[in-house]
Design a protein around this ligand. Structure first.
Ligand code: HPA
Length: 270
């Protein structure tokens, strides 16, 4: 069996007949969203064979499965970043195991810095495209043709139909929803002001250290992808203050409430 099949088999046993349709990955400060799940089944990452283990403060490491907005979901409370030292092979395992469990789509959430002064902390941005600024690609290495193609088309990485439903859900609750391009940096350092100027020139609207590798791996194995950023700060050089992880967590909490409502409305609409 392949690594992700071993994980999926264990998860399936714990789920006791429950069939998740949508996977959700929770970013920094968004872990509380999992508390909104009804009839939760919680599975610590530490118990799942082949699964990577999480190391960042603010990221609890477990899966929570149950219903949200009436839909069967499986939620990653705590995600894996390349800057933690995880290999891309390991980062791919959760996504591939969700596909193996029968999920059709994944909603990726994250905390991001804004490159636009008018999209301030607390804003919510639907990711419509990305720029890979990291110099890495999670699919480097031998390709497993049973999972997906060697040369993956990324023309439409972020699902248009789900995006339209996100917009509808935002409209319903009167939430201002930004749309934009997310630029992926490896981290763990925040950017320099010169890098942010360069990224603005390239056409990026928000910057962050996650999501893109997961989106690529998810598309590769045939999952539909929706990705949403909560804006925690203006990127380096765009505001008077320096950046800290604490600030990121704080603003994430504020935006998390809005995102919870948005996701519930989105899932209820399907
Ligand atoms: N840069 C990169 N990642 C981030 C930021 C940022 O400004 N804010 C939250 N995650």
């Amino acid at each position: 069996m392949k690594d992700f099949e071993i994980s999926a088999q264990y998860i399936e046993q714990q789920l006791n007949g429950f069939k998740p349709e949508v996977a959700i990955v929770l970013g920094s400060g968004l872990a509380d969203l999992a508390d909104q799940i009804t009839d939760p089944i919680s599975i610590p990452y530490a118990d799942i064979p082949e699964f990577p283990q999480s190391t960042v403060v603010g990221h609890t490491g477990r899966l929570v499965a149950g219903t949200l907005g009436g839909k069967n979901v499986i939620c990653m409370q705590g995600r894996f970043h390349y800057y933690e030292g995880h290999s891309f092979e390991k980062i791919a395992i959760p996504l591939r195991s969700f596909k193996a469990l029968g999920c059709e789509s994944v909603i990726l959430t994250n905390a991001a810095g804004s490159l636009k002064e008018d999209m301030g902390p607390g804003s919510i941005m639907l990711i419509t495209d990305h720029i890979n600024f990291s110099g890495f690609n999670p699919l480097i290495g031998p390709n497993d043709d049973e999972i997906g193609p060697r040369f993956l088309d990324l023309t439409q990485t972020y699902d248009r139909q789900i995006g339209e439903r996100v917009e509808k859900a935002a409209l319903k609750s009167g939430l201002t929803l930004y749309r934009g391009t997310y630029i992926w940096v490896s981290g763990p350092t925040f950017e320099t002001p010169a890098e942010i100027r360069a990224q603005r020139t390239l056409g990026a609207d928000a910057v962050g250290m996650s999501t893109v590798p997961e989106a690529i791996v998810a598309r590769h194995c045939g999952l539909k992808v929706c990705a949403i950023s909560t804006i925690t700060n203006l990127a380096a050089g765009l505001s008077a203050t320096n950046l800290s992880h604490d600030e990121t967590l704080e603003q994430g909490q504020l935006a998390a409430k809005r995102l919870t409502t948005l996701l519930k409305d989105l899932l209820a609409d399907a």
